[in-house]
Design a protein. Structure first.
Length: 340
């Protein structure tokens, strides 16, 4: 009986030692396969005005999303306390990488953007959410027309081939930085220049008899709804932004004429078959809605914008009826006005 008890005690002690050893090893192994990679980000071309490590209230954290070449699920590393410069741990492996502001999991995006294909480097995309036509009672959407909200600011950077080896781990963990090359893989993430995925659409309309209207609303048709995070290329399906031209500036010396304007964010131009139009709805001061459609073809202005510019400017000119006492609607046929 004593031998049995002694055997059981020894067996239990050996099992406990084995379990304790097994618990420690993953921590040691993890440290041994994790490279410590420096990250530096240049925001100057991103259309997000970040000038200091805090993000200036525009960026709350940065995601570096790693897509393993072996097909494993993607994973993220974050820059949170400093959105310009920090270090991250990356395990041994071969990856594609996309860097972007915020995270695919943040509730921050829920009123503006949703992400899809989050485990695919090539198909990882951001899509602007639908807008409700009921928000714009004066606008009648076309059959099949998709209304979308204005997105929040978004920028990205990508690298298709990024490799961490045992040698990379050794070099980045070494206190002497022996063999740490300026052009080596361990420095690849110090050259991140964020590119804009959101562009400023700036609309200005000069209106004769501006004093006659209480509301001018524009529906901007043709800009992209979807953008791919790795390539920065937009999807092929156009959508429509509806907004009010609610900034008024009166002409010098005039109490009737002036300009109205609006700026909003967009994913920008389509990759092909571009066709951009602006539909104007005008609500007069007597409560009547102008019953003739004002439709402007602005394709020429949009595609004339310099490639890579973050601002797309659109200028319009319109003459509305003069409203004094009573209800007056001038005769004005439907027309498409091509602006070159």
């Amino acid at each position: 009986m004593k031998r049995t008890v002694i055997y059981l005690i020894l067996t239990a002690a050996a099992a406990m030692q084995l379990l304790t050893t097994c618990e420690r090893r993953p921590l040691e192994d993890d440290f041994g396969i994790m490279a410590l990679i420096p990250v530096k980000i240049d925001w100057s071309k991103s259309n997000i005005p970040v000038t200091d490590a805090s993000g200036n209230g525009y960026v709350h954290r940065v995601s570096l999303r790693f897509f393993p070449k072996d097909g494993s699920p993607a994973f993220d590393r974050y820059l949170e306390m400093n959105v310009i410069e920090d270090k991250i741990e990356v395990p041994i492996g071969e990856y594609s990488v996309v860097a972007f502001n915020e995270s695919v999991y943040d509730v921050y995006w829920e009123d503006a953007i949703f992400f899809s294909e989050v485990n695919s480097y090539t198909n990882f995309a951001a899509t602007i959410i639908h807008d409700n036509a009921a928000n714009y009672p004066h606008y009648r959407p076309l059959a099949g027309e998709e209304l979308i909200v204005a997105p929040f600011r978004l920028a990205s950077w990508s690298l298709d081939n990024f490799t961490i080896t045992k040698e990379t781990v050794t070099r980045t963990r070494s206190t002497t930085k022996a063999g740490f090359r300026e052009d080596g893989m361990e420095n690849a993430l110090t050259k991140i220049v964020m590119r804009p995925l959101t562009y400023n659409i700036n609309i200005t309309a000069h209106v004769e008899h501006l004093a006659s209207v209480q509301l001018i609303q524009c529906a901007v048709r043709g800009f992209a709804r979807k953008v791919y995070m790795a390539s920065a290329k937009t999807g092929h399906s156009p959508a429509t932004h509806v907004s009010k031209l609610n900034t008024r500036v009166w002409d010098a010396g005039s109490q009737t004429d002036g300009t109205v304007s609006k700026s909003f964010l967009s994913f920008g131009r389509l990759p092909q078959a571009e066709d951009y139009k602006i539909n104007i709805d005008a609500l007069f001061i007597d409560g009547t809605l102008y019953d003739q459609q004002l439709l402007y073809d602005v394709t020429g202005q949009v595609i004339a914008a310099p490639n890579g510019e973050i601002d797309i400017g659109i200028d319009l000119a319109m003459q509305l009826p003069r409203i004094t006492d009573g209800i007056f609607v001038g005769e004005w046929d439907d027309e498409v006005i091509r602006i070159n």
